[in-house]
Ligand binder design. Sequence first.
Ligand code: NAP
Length: 323
Amino acid sequence: MKAIVVHEFGEPEVMKFEEVSTPLPSKGQVLVRIGAAGVNPADTYTRSGTYAIKPALPYTPGTDAAGSVEAVGAGVTRVKPGDRVYLARSISGTYADFALATESQVHPLPDSIGFPEGAGIFVPYGTAYHSLFHHAQALPGETVLVHGASGGVGIAALQWGRMRGLAMYGTAGSPRGRELALREGALASFDHTGAEYRDQLLAATGGRGFDVILEMLANVNLGHDLKLLAPRGRVVVIGSRGDVTITPRDLMSKRGTVHAMTLWAATEAEEAEIHAALASAMRLDAIKPVVGRELPLMQAPEAHRAVMAKGAYGKIVLIPPSE
Ligand code: NAP
């Protein structure tokens, strides 16, 4: 099979498109024929070698994917060959024609969701759900700012919020990103490239501030987020790429809280809840990933450059050659 293989950490070009042997599922394992693999910013941090999670070399990148079950090992009962599935992690990496996974990493994908969309489920929707409902404990009627709403996690958060009766607001850097945020559930969307939008955000809440802020770029925004909080408001730091200065008094006066999350730290019970919520929301057609760009698997380096560029529009996914 074809796969992307990283032999050394570094720039996107360290990802090589190679012929490797197709894995065989052992007991309790599932072999999935990949229809599409999702590209997440964390894949780029791992590839560069600067992330907390550093796999042994060589490795095949990718956490998210969707496809069909090719073969199952002994004792597997939850899926059978031919079933459509999405992956939430894998053993062998998802940037490939096939990925080997444990039975617990494989989840049913309804016919209404194509493989490219299915490749944008676990990390974005899991992160948004864990942030909104486990960390912030957002309740229907509360106001939520998705600070960075045009990308994978932002769109997922807007869709979860729309479904759960939250009053959602979003920001994006491009006009089409702001339009997308409106389409996917934001009551209003704002341009985070200027400075004046912070006053506009406060005005949108009648001066009260937001009950919850989901922050995609804390090193730029955290100090300002604290000034945008409603009484007892919660900021959830999802993404950060550097240091930031804050004024703790802003938090004190609002009795606010800053949570910092990582999906990898979700407990088994929390992850089971995420997949149960996903199954029901997909059945109801209440959530659907937006795919902004599909690239052939061999263009993984370009996909890594694109996911770190400005002007996000939903998900970027890789399509393997056998598709
Ligand atoms: P993505 O698809 O690349 O989207 C990035 C988002 O950040 C876009 O909406 C982008 O908006 C926005 N952004 C850019 N500049 C911004 C600014 N100044 N203020 C606010 N937002 C800004 O990435 P993603 O998958 O949605 O992930 C978003 C972040 O969360 C990344 O940093 C990622 O590493 C992190 N993350 C963390 C976890 C975790 O477990 N903690 C899990 C998943 C993701 P424009 O491009 O429109 O400007």
